[in-house]
Design a protein around this ligand. Structure first.
Ligand SMILES: [Fe+2]
Length: 249
């Protein structure tokens, strides 16, 4: 997948990272009161347009409560059966798994959702539905890396990248999901070897978020980094000229 022909070009396979909608309280009370209590950890204008469209079409007001991903899960858990939450929107397949393990989800059997969302992007019992996806991509410094050298996630463990790779902490859910996907594809043993090779190639100890890795590539701390696709686009479209320069250079 290629995002930009500018300073950083993206490659690599798509990661499993989805926003999800889940009906937590599949009764009719919300329709009767004409209010949908929506808990969301996404903060995009495009989402507001979706909510406005929903209200326009149904007459149901959206009562939005925004919060951080794991905090929202904890909040719903502590609210328990009395939680006013009707729908949760969160990001990353790993967080969906966490929420499911916490018992936050009820099953839904919406024929519209089942029709419109492919089977591989929804829970088999309708506990969650993926409605958007992004990729965990490789960004690189064009002055230092020839894109023909880049291929797969697996190749990032190749010693040719020694001292050149940047990535945020392994405890972050984006990396947990990536490693899970590799275990599924390669098996646990091969993935463990991959992790060791990857760590051996680090330009520095993991520090900061995805955007910090992109900035570190731009400033020459390392040559390439793993990040989610939208962080690069956010820099490219930033109103801050310095950030824009990092994305566009
Ligand atoms: Fe993110």
């Amino acid at each position: 997948m290629q995002i930009s022909r500018r300073q950083f070009v993206t490659t690599a396979a798509a990661s499993a990272a989805f926003g999800a909608v889940q009906l937590l309280r599949p009764d009719t009370s919300t329709a009767q009161t004409k209010v949908l209590n929506l808990y969301s950890s996404r903060h995009y204008n495009t989402d507001n347009a979706l909510y406005e469209g929903f209200t326009k079409q149904t007459g149901i007001k959206v009562n939005l409560l925004e919060g951080k991903d794991d905090e929202l899960l904890e909040r719903i858990k502590s609210e328990g059966a009395k939680s006013p939450a009707d729908v949760l929107i969160t990001v990353d397949a790993g967080r969906l798994w966490r929420a499911e393990q916490m018992g936050l989800f009820a099953s839904s059997s919406s024929s519209i959702l089942n029709q419109r969302i492919p089977g591989n992007l929804r829970h088999p019992q309708g506990k969650w539905y993926g409605f958007s996806k992004r990729a965990r991509v490789i960004v690189y410094n064009r002055d230092r890396v020839n894109p023909s050298q880049l291929s797969t996630y697996e190749d990032l463990a190749n010693p040719k990248w020694k001292g050149k790779l940047l990535v945020r902490s392994s405890t972050n859910v984006y990396n947990v999901s990536l490693v899970s996907a590799l275990i599924e594809k390669l098996g646990a043993g091969a993935t463990e070897s991959w992790c060791k090779g990857l760590v051996g190639n680090f330009a520095r100890s993991p520090s900061g978020g995805d955007t910090d890795q992109i900035k570190a590539v731009a400033s020459g701390v390392g040559d390439l980094a793993l990040c989610n696709s939208y962080y690069l686009l956010r820099l490219v479209k930033s109103k801050d000229p310095q950030e824009q320069a990092i994305g566009k250079r």
